[in-house]
Design a protein around this ligand. Structure first.
Ligand code: MLC
Ligand code: AMP
Length: 463
């Protein structure tokens, strides 16, 4: 396979001194040229070479990016750990992935020089192991191969006319597909410099736009906050392309953003398991409330509950299923989940419910399971939070749901049957054990949960 981080590594002899010094990457206050990033990442590669997998404490920091790049140069799978993940979640990720070593920003020396280049690993080898929530239990490990990332990024470069002339700006976390695969590996493959703003605040995006940012990534919460801040939105007029994804972009946010920035945002759809598979195009139409057409190389279809394939007529509603070079081949250590995740003829079952028009345009209308919550663009499993809360002394029963939220899309609400506990105790119990963003934003104490004749909690009745 061609190299994964082509624009970083493809020049075997150094580029021109000016090219090498020009900033390839900036995270907050720290900028790195291509040559410095390659040298410092090379030193990390020398150190981790031969490890089965390495965990990286994924703070938004130029040293963390260097650690990730170093592991990728050495062909060692990277396990990004959310820096705010509590003890339960962290222990699970480290244990399940088999990571042999954890790198933190402090472990990386940005002035170090690697001893030399490492051979490019095979395309089918694992680049990243990303952890993502399911409806029940602890998060599942998703191995993402080098060839899937390469195919996914090349498809997006085509869809978004993304070139080395762009300067990408975002402030998303670098432990998920959006911020890491698209937001960090994308620029290193395409060759467009990256400006990471550490946090995705409207004022930081505005400042980066004024400094020449052209391509901007955000989750809908970020775009909605920008749309509520006319001054920051106006600063984005000079951008080339605004891209939204990870959760549905509400139509009013699309419209307001268009009015205030002069740009209709491109919306795209994806998953950790499949990378980005459907998008509107930079050179094409944008439609509020729709996520576009399959990216080059991806096939999509709809199926009903019995597996009958449905027509692409814009009316039929079914589960969206995906095939293509970016789709993973199964969760780590989860044969049962894998059996359910794919159809007999090899299509990945997204669990998202959609329509597809005769013109190929996709509309995501919901999710098959009420136990997957999307809050601020983060995927959160109700079961994981319920398991943790059942471990809190005094809690007798619990049910977690997502409720609509103006800012976050959905917010986590926990219904708890308990004796003598406060909302803060319940929230803190989750925040200390799982990632902070998984904490309930609201706790409702009830005397009992609604159950059906089988004794199963009826979550619909909690809404
Ligand atoms: C509050 N905090 C607490 C707390 N209550 N900490 C501990 N215990 C408690 N009880 C603190 C936090 O530490 C944090 O501090 C602050 O409150 C706010 O944190 P938050 O709740 O996370 O902030 P919020 O404003 O809600 O964040 C909104 C957001 C964020 C948009 C910035 O949700 C976000 O970054 N989302 C991006 C998700 C993403 O990238 N998803 C992509 C998945 S990939 P401090 O100090 O940190 O401020 C995917 C595929 C695809 O979906 O298609 O892309
Ligand atoms: P994650 O596992 O965090 O990668 O989340 C993937 C899920 O995010 C998908 O299954 C969808 O439910 C949701 N998602 C991503 N992009 C979009 C979008 N543009 N519109 C609606 N939902 C989306």
């Amino acid at each position: 396979m061609a190299e994964l981080l082509t624009s970083l590594t493809s020049q075997t002899s150094p580029g021109s001194p000016a090219q090498d010094r020009a900033e390839a990457l900036r995270v907050g206050e720290v900028g790195l040229g291509r040559a410095q990033l390659l040298a410092a990442a090379g030193a990390v590669a020398d150190r981790v070479h031969g490890a089965g997998a390495v965990a990286v404490e994924a703070t938004a920091d130029a040293r963390t990016v260097t650690a990730i790049v170093g592991c990728l140069l050495a062909g060692v799978p990277v396990v990004p750990v959310p820096p705010d993940s509590g003890e339960t979640e962290r222990a699970h990720i480290l244990n399940d992935s088999g990571a042999e070593l954890t790198l933190r920003a402090e472990d990386v020396d940005l002035t170090a020089q690697g001893r030399g280049s490492h051979p490019e690993p095979a395309g089918e080898s694992t680049a990243l192991i990303l952890y993502t929530s399911g409806t029940t239990g602890a998060p599942k490990g998703v191995p993402v191969t080098r060839s899937a990332i390469a195919a996914g990024l090349d498809a997006l470069a085509d869809a978004w006319s993304w070139t080395p002339e762009d300067r990408l700006v975002h402030g998303l976390p670098i432990f998920h597909v959006h911020g890491l695969v698209l937001g960090v590996l994308g620029p290193l493959r395409v060759g467009s410099p990256l400006v990471h703003t550490v946090r995705p605040r409207p004022a930081a995006y505005a400042e980066a736009a004024q400094a020449g940012g052209s391509l901007f990534f955000g989750v809908p919460t970020v775009w909605s906050r920008i749309a509520a801040d006319p001054q920051s939105a106006d600063a984005l007029r000079g951008a080339r392309l605004l891209v939204s994804g990870s959760a549905p972009l509400p139509v009013p946010v699309f419209e307001r953003l268009t009015r205030l920035t002069g740009h209709q945002p491109v919306e795209r759809y994806g998953m950790t398991e499949t990378l980005i598979t459907v998008s509107s195009r930079a050179d094409g139409e944008r439609r509020p409330g729709q996520v576009g057409v399959p990216v080059p190389g991806t096939q999509t279809r709809l199926a009903d509950d019995d597996g009958t394939v449905l027509p692409h007529d814009g009316e039929a509603v079914g589960e969206l299923q995906i095939q293509g070079p970016t789709v993973f081949s199964g969760y780590l250590h989860r044969p049962e989940a894998n059996a359910k995740a794919f159809t007999a003829d090899g299509w990945f079952r997204t669990g998202d419910v959609a329509t597809i028009g005769a013109d190929g345009w996709h509309r995501i209308v919901g999710r098959a399971s009420t136990d997957l919550i999307k809050s601020g663009g983060y995927r959160i499993g109700a079961g994981e939070i319920e398991d943790v809360l059942l471990g809190l002394a005094g809690v007798r029963e619990v049910a977690v749901i997502g409720v609509p939220d103006e800012d976050l899309g959905e917010r986590v609400r926990a219904f708890v049957v308990a004796d003598g506990l406060t909302s803060e105790q319940v929230i803190d119990h989750v925040a200390q054990r799982l990632s902070v963003h998984k904490r309930p934003r609201e706790v409702v104490f009830v005397s009992e949960l609604p159950r059906n004749a089988m004794g199963k909690v009826v979550k619909q009745r909690l809404r």
